[in-house]
Structures are given as structure tokens and as C-alpha cells.
Design a binder for this molecule. Structure first.
Ligand SMILES: [Zn+2]
Ligand SMILES: [Zn+2]
Length: 98
């Protein structure tokens, strides 16, 4: 259904995508765009699998509903979707600092 942003194969876990979409719907319901807390203001990016060839993580954007290559910016808790440029939070487990 979605093709891998790294190799174009079927590396994406459809179940993870569906679960993420369900969860993120709740987020948008309670989203607080005025909040000082990053995690209330922006949705957390979806983690929908790893590429079977490169072993790299695949992220999923809740706005444009497209997978993209995971990346981080040093000392930042947010990234921008490479497809639609919306701001997304990085999942807490992937942050290298507290
Ligand atoms: Zn792949
Ligand atoms: Zn997007």
C-alpha cells in the first residue's frame, strides 16, 4: 500500500500505519496550537517500520499521509515533513538528549 522511501519495497508495516492514524486523530482532537509545550502543539511523527534493505527507520506524516526517511536535527525535538513541510515532534525514544 505504501512504498518504502528508501528502497521502494514493502518495508512499511500497514498495521503500524493504521494504529498511528487512529492515535493521531485523537491528538488532533485535543491539539493546542497555543501551548508552550511542543508535544501539545505538534503531532509526533509515526514510526511505521524499518527498511528491510538498509535497516533505517521509516517515519510517517499525519498531514500528507506519506512515509518519509527518518532524520533528526541536532538538539531539536521537531522536524519538518519533507513532503508537506509541516512541523512534527520526534518520538521521545529517538532523542539523544533530555
Ligand atoms: Zn525498504
Ligand atoms: Zn507531510
Amino acid at each position: 500500500m505504501y512504498s518504502c522511501p528508501y528502497c521502494g519495497g514493502d518495508c512499511i508495516n500497514d498495521e503500524a500505519v493504521n494504529l498511528y492514524i487512529t492515535m493521531v486523530k485523537k491528538f488532533f482532537k485535543y491539539q493546542n496550537t497555543e501551548s508552550d509545550i511542543t508535544f501539545e502543539r505538534y503531532p509526533t511523527v509515526g514510526e511505521v517500520g524499518e527498511c528491510k534493505k538498509t535497516g533505517e527507520k521509516i517515519y510517517f506524516c499525519p498531514y500528507c499521509k506519506k512515509p518519509f526517511k527518518a532524520y533528526y536535527e541536532l538538539e531539536k525535538v521537531t522536524i519538518n515533513c519533507p513532503n508537506c513541510n509541516k512541523t512534527l515532534c520526534i518520538p521521545p525514544t529517538n532523542r539523544t538528549f533530555c
